[in-house]
Design a protein around this ligand. Structure first.
Ligand code: NAG
Ligand code: NAG
Ligand code: NAG
Ligand code: NAG
Ligand code: NAG
Length: 429
């Protein structure tokens, strides 16, 4: 009986080594690389609990001084992980203006293939960000593309390769789009794969079946479109880089068989966050071999406009706490770490009221906590004033504010995060 079991075990090991390759050599990463052990992150043999933050605009800064000042401010706030965009793409028609305004860009699209800019207004700016992160002991989550049009995401691939009339979801299935995306991923991964300053690679910001373009009929609940794409891309990244962690960058949408919804105007509204329509299946996606940890976001102000009205019994605070608990449970079932990767509410009063409760709840889960988004003060380029792109601007030395930025002069909110960082630090021993 025993021998039989051992044989069976050996057979299973051999078989899984064959069928599941490439598999991460989890046990022994180079010094300074973050890895995972069960549901924890580990850094150089110690558990790694952290408060991090988001700021996509750091690589858009034009001077090394401002980049350094931003990292210094983050370090002083106790930030250990920064998530930023590893993409900045433009159309050829925007090139002249981009050069004039000193806009950072890495890819230029003017045909069915993009052209790389690895010059001083291109990837050299990202090089500087990654290097500066190391100097301030902050690790970077680098995202390869965007679900949304901002800074040239997946929809440039769809526009240029898929052609007019393509739906958003062809991004996940069109072989030429996948090849083009992978060509970019390979460029970025190969550039930084030996760097301990990278915390993780992220496949896409907020992948959904629809984007700013509508979704098509094949990306529907149960189709597993995103699951298969995540699997294919995570395996691809793993084949390039055996050590760095890989994650989805998703919002944490569930695909539950049990219907979840609410009554509105006498109608039952099926809840987009739970019914799989967004494209993700948080529980299943997290089981993928090369998805090393999960991510989720919290934006109830935008997700529940029908319920979030004065006098209703819906509260942003309660909804967020519930969403945190659901992801903690899901993470526990799979036994991998999860991070609260983005969250935000508009208005200083709302932030002051809500963030302490959300952060407390997240601290009790042990997850990494990454508010959207960090605010830096005292930036000096162009005298502290510069329009970057869209509504993004530096104003009197303050970094861009999309309504969610919080700055050091907003002491109560600031201290919620600096105090949480101390709690996480104390547990990282
Ligand atoms: C880029 O060009 C495509 C057309 O090829 C257009 O649909 C899209 O809006 C343009 N994007 C930007 C950011 O200008
Ligand atoms: C983009 O392509 C058009 C048409 O081929 C061409 O006229 C234009 O000069 C190109 N722009 C850039 C920046 O390459
Ligand atoms: C809020 O009110 C609605 C009816 O308007 C009810 O169906 C729902 O259960 C209430 N939710 C809570 C959390 O009390
Ligand atoms: C605070 O939150 C409420 C509820 O979402 C919203 O109606 C209000 O506009 C927010 N305040 C600000 C200043 O954004
Ligand atoms: C803090 O700095 C920001 C950015 O400059 C500014 O908008 C805000 O008025 C300042 N003060 C407070 C209390 O928020």
């Amino acid at each position: 009986m025993r021998q039989y079991l051992i044989l069976l075990l050996l057979f299973t090991l051999v078989q899984s080594a064959v069928t599941d390759s490439p598999r991460r050599p989890n046990s022994n990463p180079p010094k300074g690389f973050v890895t995972t052990k069960g549901s924890k992150f580990v850094l150089d043999g110690k558990p790694f609990y952290f408060v991090g933050t988001n700021s996509y605009w750091v690589p858009l800064l034009t001077t090394k001084e401002d980049v350094e000042s931003t990292f210094k401010q983050m370090k002083n706030a106790g930030v250990k992980v920064l998530r930023t965009w590893g993409f900045n793409a433009i159309n050829g028609s925007e090139l002249a203006a981009a050069r004039n305004s000193d806009l950072t860009y890495y890819q230029v699209w003017n045909s069915t293939e993009w052209v790389l800019n690895d010059g001083p207004q291109g990837l050299q700016r990202l090089d500087n960000v990654i290097a500066m992160a190391g100097k301030y002991n902050i690790k970077i989550i680098l995202t390869f593309t965007n679900n949304w049009v901002g800074y040239g995401g997946s929809e440039l691939y769809v526009n240029w390769i898929g052609g007019a009339g393509s739906t958003h979801d062809v991004f996940y299935t069109h072989p030429k789009i996948i090849a083009s995306y992978q060509r970019y991923v390979k460029t970025i991964v190969n550039r930084y794969k030996t760097s301990p300053n990278i915390f993780a690679w992220e496949l896409m910001n907020e992948a959904r079946c629809l984007g700013d373009l509508p979704g098509g009929p094949s990306c529907i609940p149960g189709s597993g479109t995103l699951y298969h794409w995540y699997n294919q891309q995570a395996n691809f990244v793993r084949s390039l880089d055996p050590y760095h962690l890989i994650t989805t960058g998703g919002e944490g949408h569930f695909y539950w068989k049990k219907p979840v919804g609410f009554w509105y105007n006498g109608q039952f509204i099926s809840d987009y966050n739970f019914n799989g329509q967004a494209g993700e299946d948080f529980d299943r996606d997290l089981t993928l071999e090369n998805i090393d940890f999960g991510t989720y976001h919290i934006y109830p102000q935008y997700w529940y406009p029908q319920l979030d009205t004065p006098g209703s019994n819906f509260t942003l605070k309660a909804w967020g706490i519930d969403w945190i608990k659901l992801h903690a449970k899901a993470a526990k079932r799979v036994g991998k770490p999860v991070i609260l990767e983005e969250f935000g509410v508009t208005g200083l009063e709302n932030k002051t009221d809500i963030y302490p409760a959300w952060v407390d709840s997240a601290l009790s889960t042990g997850h990494g906590i990454m508010p959207w988004q960090f605010g830096a003060l005292g930036l000096t380029e162009n005298g502290g004033n510069r329009v970057i792109k869209y509504a993004d601007a530096l104003i009197n030395g303050a970094s861009p504010n999309d309504g969610h930025a919080f700055y050091e002069n907003q002491t109560t909110v600031w201290n919620v995060f600096t105090n949480a960082a101390k709690v996480q630090d104390a547990k990282s021993k």
